[in-house]
Design a protein around this ligand. Structure first.
Ligand code: GLU
Length: 431
């Protein structure tokens, strides 16, 4: 089983989407279940509506799941397992207050040592945690041996008990910490491979330790994906617009192009432009680079143009919200526009009333002629006819013609554009 386990605490970041895509692809390749698990146990950080938004985004990208879990619905299992660990003396109740812990952290800082829990409450006599009224957290005792695991991208990793420490698994309010809820759920949901961002590497030994303490034997393989850097080479923050999937979609970048880009990012792929279905046939998680990947908006836009060009006309018309078939014209305009928003603007300018600038008189002459012109097959015939009938020459012919046809004084060669607009000439003359 593979899983995607987002927290409903903010906009979906491209790093999260990349994780979802890779898990989905690997599950498809192995023909096993892909699970969507909403990790909502940190109530203070949850944002209303984000769970629905995550589902909508995944659907838009063609990522479907067979099983769906809400982490907070597993709370009773988290509690039961924490109590089991306490009763087996693998975990203990800790009554140290925030203030006491802060003081000890401060002292460690002054001594230039990393702070470690000093075991104060581990030595206390047994207490009945179910009856206890004084607030406490539950800590899992640090492991006795080094924790090793192998990562499909990073290779062999090992963590010393001292660095894992006796960490908190249940908070004072009896809710599980992220590591505990996540480790227990991965166990309950029978997850066999975890692909996630490398910011979770230091959580993995803790989660391995939790499951080992619960006597869980199933081995889980891992792939921790290197971080994504922004164009300046700094870790991409969640606040950067480019990093939000919603923002990219709002700019008019197609889901298929975003997926394509995230799959080639920091990867060796057999081709550059492909669909998700195609990627499933060759994707290899072992080929993901160990070093951080750098986000490149220009590359994403180039990929978007290719996806627009290869899209079925009917679908493109639908996305662009065109009533008539302008898909070929839109595809032609990808030489100037990279997003569907930019394409809509270009096409809208063609089919809108024009600003004639200093060519008012010339534009009127041409419009008059165009309103009942014969629909010439080729541009040269069209041009010769207009040159001859209008009596206009050079710049005074080409500039106004371009304005009347496109609403712009710059743009693609009219010769190349003509085949795509020739059926609309009478309509354009009325604009
Ligand atoms: N909820 C975690 C996050 O959104 C996911 C952790 C995981 O994949 O294990 O970062």
């Amino acid at each position: 089983m593979y899983r995607f386990a987002p927290s409903p605490t903010g906009d979906m970041h491209i790093g999260n989407l990349r994780v979802a895509l890779f898990n989905y692809i690997c599950a498809k390749q192995k023909n096993i279940h892909f699970i969507l698990r909403i990790e909502d146990t940190d109530k203070a950080r949850n944002i209303e509506g984000k769970e629905e938004e995550i589902k909508e985004i995944l659907q838009l990208f063609g990522i479907s799941w067979q099983d769906y879990y809400i982490q907070s619905e597993n709370l009773k299992f988290h509690r039961q397992m924490a109590l089991k660990l306490v009763s087996e003396k693998k975990a203990f109740a800790c009554f140290c207050t925030e203030k006491e812990l802060e003081e000890k952290k401060e002292l460690a800082k002054q001594q230039g040592k990393p702070y470690r829990y000093d075991g104060t409450c581990e030595k206390l006599a047994d207490i009945d945690v179910l009856e206890c009224e004084k607030p406490f957290v539950i800590r899992l005792k640090k492991p006795e041996k080094t924790i090793n695991f192998s990562d499909l991208i990073k290779g062999e990793l090992s963590f010393e008990p001292e660095n894992i420490d006796s960490f908190v698994i249940m908070r004072t309010d009896k809710t599980p910490t992220y590591n505990f809820a996540c480790a227990v759920d991965d166990m309950l949901e029978n997850i066999t491979c975890i692909i996630r961002g490398e910011d979770h590497v230091s959580n993995t030994p803790k989660q391995e330790h939790i499951r080992a303490s619960l006597d869980y034997k199933q081995k889980i393989s891992y792939a921790h994906l290197p971080i994504i850097l922004n164009e300046q080479g700094v870790k991409m923050s969640k606040r950067e617009a480019h990093s939000s999937v919603k923002w990219l979609l709002e700019q008019g970048i197609l889901p298929s192009a975003i997926a394509n880009y995230l799959i080639i990012l920091g990867n060796k792929t057999p081709c550059e432009i492909f669909t998700l279905e195609e990627a499933i046939s060759w994707f290899d998680i072992n080929k993901i680079s160990k070093s951080p990947a750098r986000f490149d908006l220009k590359k994403l836009l180039q990929i978007n143009r290719e996806h627009i060009k290869s899209m079925e006309n009917s679908k493109l018309n639908q996305i662009l919200n065109f009533e008539k078939d302008l898909a070929e014209l839109a595809k032609f305009y990808t030489q100037e526009a990279s997003t569907t928003n930019e394409l809509k603007d270009k096409i809208h300018a063609i089919f809108s009333p024009k600003d004639y600038l200093e060519f008012e008189k010339e534009c009127q002459i041409l419009k008059e002629l165009l309103s009942d012109i014969e629909l010439f097959e080729n541009y040269d015939d069209f041009k010769s006819y207009l040159l001859q009938k209008s009596g206009l020459k050079g710049k005074n012919f080409f500039m106004p013609l371009r304005i009347v046809l496109t609403g712009n004084i710059h743009g693609p060669e009219l010769n190349d554009l003509y085949p795509h607009i020739k059926n609309f000439i009478h309509e354009l003359a009325r604009m």
